[in-house]
Design a protein around this ligand. Structure first.
Ligand SMILES: C[S@@+](CC[C@H](N)C(=O)[O-])C[C@H]1O[C@@H](n2cnc3c(N)ncnc32)[C@H](O)[C@@H]1O
Length: 219
């Protein structure tokens, strides 16, 4: 049986019932398999750039008897995915810059009916900056802890509007670290990373202090 950890469970919680899912960089295909078994997805594509992860995915799909619901696809990002094959697109377990590159490299990403479920392993602030600059709105964002590591997941949709945002928004996004301890833990990891970078560039220390003030100002 497939039990998702809290990171993939958080991604799964953003999938819409009855929609088609594409899981880009699927590896074991655990996420689409769980969503199909639970009757959430109408069908799914499990895509990966490498054949070895795809064979692992194929095994999961066969073990679960989901061959009629999930297709395996060798694809660099979304390049081999047709627009009518996916409503909800998951890109999890990759760096923020690669995720931005994958979204930007697919001409159908700007279809307003599509949603992206994004779980950057690193540089979430660069991903958020890219999303803002390219007309994508963060509909929701949450954090979770898995194997004692803190992760964030974003639910995103193209609106075409490029909104003004403050210098802390790439770090905070839609999180509320004043009210939510997991959001606080994720924000603290940003503060610590900024402080490390501050050894080479004092501007990062200023940013870290502003972020700290925003989080702990009236705590
Ligand atoms: C760390 S695994 C993440 C697996 C799963 N999505 C998760 O979050 O647990 C990253 C996967 O992304 C795949 N990958 C890396 N770059 C990719 C790209 N440009 N397009 C599709 N898949 C990619 C890798 O082959 C690998 O299987």
């Amino acid at each position: 049986m497939i039990a998702l950890d809290s990171r993939l469970s958080l991604c799964a919680s953003y999938a819409r019932k009855g929609k088609r899912l594409a899981d880009i960089g699927t590896d074991h295909a655990y996420l689409p398999a769980r969503l199909c078994l639970d009757g959430i997805c109408a069908g799914a594509i499990a895509a990966d750039i490498n054949p070895e992860p795809l064979s692992r995915g194929q095994k999961t799909i066969a073990d679960c008897g989901l061959e009629n619901m999930i297709q395996i696809r060798l694809s660099d990002g979304l390049k081999e995915i047709r627009p009518d094959e996916a409503d909800d697109i998951v890109i999890a377990g990759m760096g923020g810059e690669l995720i931005a590159e994958i979204i930007g490299g697919w001409e159908y990403s700007r279809d307003k009916s599509k949603r992206f479920i994004l779980q950057p392993m690193t540089k979430s602030e660069l991903l958020i900056e890219w999303l803002c600059a390219n007309g994508y709105e963060i509909l929701s964002q949450d954090c979770c802890v898995a194997a004692n590591k803190c992760y964030t997941v974003l639910l995103v949709q193209y609106t075409g509007e490029q909104r003004e945002y403050g210098e802390l928004f790439p770090y905070l996004g839609k999180l509320d670290p004043k009210k939510n301890d997991t959001h606080l833990r994720f924000t603290e990891s940003h503060i610590n990373r900024l402080l490390k970078k501050a050894n080479g560039d004092a501007r990062f220390a200023v940013l870290a202090n502003k972020l700290r003030e925003a989080v702990y100002g009236d705590r």
